[in-house]
Design a protein around this ligand. Sequence first.
Ligand code: DSN
Length: 424
Amino acid sequence: MGTDSVIFDLINQEKQRQLNGLELIASENFVSQNVLDAMGSILTNKYAEGLPHKRYYGGCEIVDQIEDLAINRVKELFGATWANVQPHAGSQANAAVMLACLKPGDKILGFDLSHGGHLTHGSPVNFSGKLYENYFYGVNPETGQVDYDQMAAVALKEKPQLIIVGASAYSRDWDYVRARQIADECGAIILADISHPAGLIATGLLNDPLDYCHIVTTTTHKTLRGPRGGVIMMRNDFENPFGIKLKNGNLRMMSSLLDSAVFPGSQGGPLEHVIAGKAVAFGEALNPSFKEYGKLVIQNAQIMAQEFVNKGYKIISGGTDNHSMLIDLRSKNITGKDAENALTEADITVNKNMVPFDDKSPFVTSGIRIGTAALTTRGVKANEIPQITDLIDQVITKAGNPDHLEKVKNEVINLMKDKPLFAW
Ligand code: DSN
């Protein structure tokens, strides 16, 4: 059988793009060769519907061991007592939690998408906003930080069954203690979606939600630096509050409802090749060097945010506690869309992003979101961040000058040329 040269040529072109460029998309990272090898393995051939040791197919003895390792490693990493590593992505993890905890028409309270929340936290264009009644909290317009008083006020008025904390574009840590108090006051289950900062939480660099939030979901490919996928976990399992009983009359535990909500509730066969990649990544994150990586990610983000502030940019909330920042470009007279396009011309990849109280559509936006997890994996050091910030500033302030964009692109290629794609 001949090689599919069309596809493999394109893969090589994409590899070259990743090597040449400066990757600043806050939700991306570069996996290790071991993660890549596990994902590209023959495990993709295996069907394994069900949970380890309780499958609907024969021949699962080996994938059972792989999935057990992934579960045990992620439990150790986060201090969880239960985990399901099968969700194909963060959206599927959140869908399974909602399937387990809600009936169609129940109420959810999430962080407003336009303030930094996520589509699956109740957006009207997503299943979470179509199947459930959605309410939102946002940021305080003065501080740019989550308005917990607003969260409390909406929660007490509407009495949602589920409150979601977590974000896609929010640079501050979360007050999980306060969020749990609010959930307890209105009788809600609280879900923390830690997809973005998971690697920083796992290493103790940010607040730990697992004591306070009943259920925690995450993706595995952002600051966790694993394969594209999702996980659901809990530190404290509990009897389901919906009165769903086992045949023996006991209430079913929440873990059992969540397992069923993943399969057969919302997914079919798990992707055992990706689960093997997750196991490898969790093993890497358990290595003490991963905490050093996390510290560098935060240091790089904080230096970059300060450099932007020094150049007159408005960072929402004024700075960052994690790997990311949201920049309001309204004072720079350029839209997020135009900034993203100009930066792409210079081999710098970011995404346009709405900012709180944005007057532009999600296709245009007034801001860009930047993250430092990927460039830190490439080995970019703190002393290189001022140069990078300056290159971004040059593109934004001279976006209409193709010669200048070409000059910046050459500087980017020069900066990245000796930095490996894989850190491990
Ligand atoms: N696409 C992810 C992000 O960029 O945050 C969330 O879905």
